[in-house]
Design a protein around this ligand. Structure first.
Ligand code: NDP
Length: 326
């Protein structure tokens, strides 16, 4: 038996990839074999396809940090052939062969049963990006975010994490301000539920500005995060989940020590299993399906290379699903 996958190879420090036919017996170790239906494109996949950030250390490699599919064979008591499953994180597509493939062999402990109310395609429309948006919102709620507190800011709003965060927060009844660098996406973000759409944050250079935000989901990092920090209400929190605009954090501690602002670190990769199930259940209920469809484009494995170039340029709107069997 054989299957198709994107295979990355490295030669003299340069990473190249192509859709390749591979035999089943080359799959890595794992106790569950999944017939993959869909994967999705995330910013990290863009980095991996270009061989950037040293996220992959061993080649040849199958990328794809997300997958959904049907269990084909299982040595685990927790999963049986025919089960509908999904997987995000745990090093899939980084340390372990991933979801840009018609078949994947993985560890059962990484798998989640697909929640009722979400198809496999919808689950990948959410993917790591949407999951990260959900756990960011959950972190803000746990830190005391309240609907009566005022506007909640989402940065990098037209991207995958940002779009889903806007849609979830709006559906939950929060007053959402979407910050985007793309003037052409204002109508899109209003349709996702933002009550206000603004440009990218600009720094005033002051350590504290007027407090405007009751909470923030920051997907950008760098100077955007520094600016957001200076504009938070007292005791408000920022879910710090992305670095699309840079890794540096050249801020002062004044918002933290004079306003009690909290920086909440968000890591979707090693997020524990029990709250992971909760987050997926909440995604099935807190993210309206019509908004999910409106933010999703479906592409084939062949089209993934061009899309990955685009996501690294900040040029992808919403979420990109990969139909690995197209
Ligand atoms: P996308 O590329 O879909 O979205 C990122 C958005 O950030 C862009 O659409 C753009 O939005 C904005 N942006 C891009 N470049 C810049 C820049 N130089 N300055 C300011 N804004 C910029 O990526 P994702 O939504 O998939 O991921 C967003 C971030 O979250 C990434 O850094 C990713 O690595 C991280 N991430 C982290 C996870 C975790 O576990 N912590 C999991 C998933 C993602 P706009 O034009 O609207 O401003």
């Amino acid at each position: 038996m054989s299957f198709h996958a994107i295979l990355l190879e490295e030669s003299e420090g340069k990473v190249t990839g192509s859709v390749t036919e591979l035999p089943d017996d080359c799959l890595p170790d794992g106790d569950v074999t999944v017939r993959v239906d869909y994967s999705s494109l995330n910013y990290k996949d863009g980095l991996i396809l270009k061989g950037l950030a040293r996220l992959v250390r061993t080649y040849p490699h199958i990328p794809g940090i997300d997958l959904s599919g049907i269990v084909q064979a299982s040595e685990s008591a927790d999963f049986s052939p025919g089960d509908r499953v999904l997987l995000t994180g745990w090093g899939l597509g980084e340390r372990h062969w991933g979801g840009f493939s018609q078949v994947a062999r993985v560890k059962s402990g990484w798998l989640v049963n697909a929640p009722e109310g979400l198809s496999n395609r919808q689950a990948m429309s959410i993917g790591t990006a949407g999951f990260t948006a959900m756990i960011s919102v959950m972190a803000l709620e746990e830190a005391g975010l309240e609907k009566s507190g005022g506007p909640v800011l989402v940065t990098g709003a037209s991207g995958g994490v940002g779009s889903v965060a806007v849609a979830i927060l709006a559906h939950l009844g929060y007053d959402v301000t979407a910050s985007t660098g793309k003037e052409g996406e204002h109508d899109y973000l209003s349709a996702m539920g933002a009550s206000n759409v603004m440009g990218r944050l600009e720094s005033s250079g002051r350590p504290l500005d007027k407090g405007q935000w009751a909470g923030c989901v920051d997907t950008v990092g760098g100077t955007t995060l520094v600016s957001a920090l200076t504009q938070m209400h007292p005791h408000a929190s920022i879910a710090v989940c992305g670095n699309a605009g840079g890794n540096d954090l050249n801020a002062t501690v004044l918002p933290l020590i004079l306003r009690g602002v909290n920086l909440l670190g968000i890591d979707s990769v090693m997020y524990p299993t029990a709250p992971r199930q909760t987050a997926w259940r909440r995604l099935a209920s807190d993210l309206p399906v019509d908004k999910l469809e409106a933010m999703t484009e479906v592409i084939s494995l062949d089209q993934t290379f061009a899309a990955s170039e685009k996501i690294l340029m900040g040029g992808v709107r919403g979420r990109t699903v990969i139909d690995v069997n197209a």
